[in-house]
Design a protein around this ligand. Structure first.
Ligand SMILES: O=C(O)COP(=O)(O)O
Ligand SMILES: [Mg+2]
Length: 229
């Protein structure tokens, strides 16, 4: 198991972890479906499709509608043209800002590793005034690999100063993709239980779960400490 000497690099997922962004993703999906005369999908349905990035999102939408598979490229392009500005319905989960502030003040290098494409990921972080807190933002299109491949998480940690030969740090996320990514990377994983999961937490790799960001700084210290022991 990796060890984590303080300060411990902390890498965060974005959609369903720091941000409740499903309402904007839902509205943007339905705006694209409208151009195709396809009836809208429910928020719950679209939320259940989030986590693997935009290609997987649209593959699932195509399966759920009468759209032809060969339309995938055009649908993704039409979605991406709208996605950069899709922030009006997105909210930070309660206590995210305060929690990130405490962790940054304690000297933990902070990063983002998301399957959301880099452009919209940076745009929404800028919208909430958060971008300067993060030493690195790796998006779903930053590397050839996406989560659950460990490469984006390893790249995030390396950018935060972790030795690539011995990656150290903690990943914080919400989904199956994140749990598998952390397991593949051999890193502690703290799972936010109010995000966009389709699987019981007990069936996912995790080190601890939390439902309120007010509890995260304590959990981080506990796990950084455990990893040191
Ligand atoms: O947008 C997605 O599908 C996933 O994004 P996330 O990796 O930040 O959860
Ligand atoms: Mg997520």
């Amino acid at each position: 198991m990796n060890t984590c000497l303080a300060p411990c690099p902390l890498v965060f997922d974005l959609d369903g972890t720091l941000l409740d962004s499903a309402p904007d993703i839902h509205a943007t999906v339905n705006a694209v479906l409208r151009t195709q005369d396809v009836p809208p999908l429910s928020l719950d349905r679209v939320r259940s499709f989030v986590g693997g990035g935009v290609d997987i999102l649209w593959r699932k939408i195509i399966l759920a509608t009468a759209l032809p598979p060969e339309a995938q490229g055009d649908l993704v392009a039409s979605f991406m043209a709208r996605y950069h500005h899709a922030t009006a319905l997105t909210r930070l989960y309660p206590n995210v800002l305060e929690s990130l502030g405490v962790l940054a003040d304690r000297g933990h290098p902070l990063g983002i590793c998301t399957n959301k494409p880099l452009g919209p990921a940076r745009a929404v972080l800028e919208h909430f005034g958060l971008i300067s807190l993060f030493g690195v933002v790796i998006g779903g299109d930053s590397l050839p690999q996406k989560k659950p491949d460990p490469a984006p998480l390893h790249a995030s940690l390396a950018a935060l100063g972790s030795d690539p030969a011995h990656p150290r740090g903690i990943y914080v996320g919400d989904s199956e993709f994140d749990a598998e990514c952390a397991a593949n990377a051999g890193l502690p994983f703290l799972i936010f239980s109010r995000g966009y999961r389709n699987t019981a937490i007990s069936d996912l790799y995790h080190s601890a779960e939390f439902d309120n960001f007010a509890h995260l700084p304590g959990l981080v210290e506990q796990h950084a400490e455990l990893a040191r022991a």
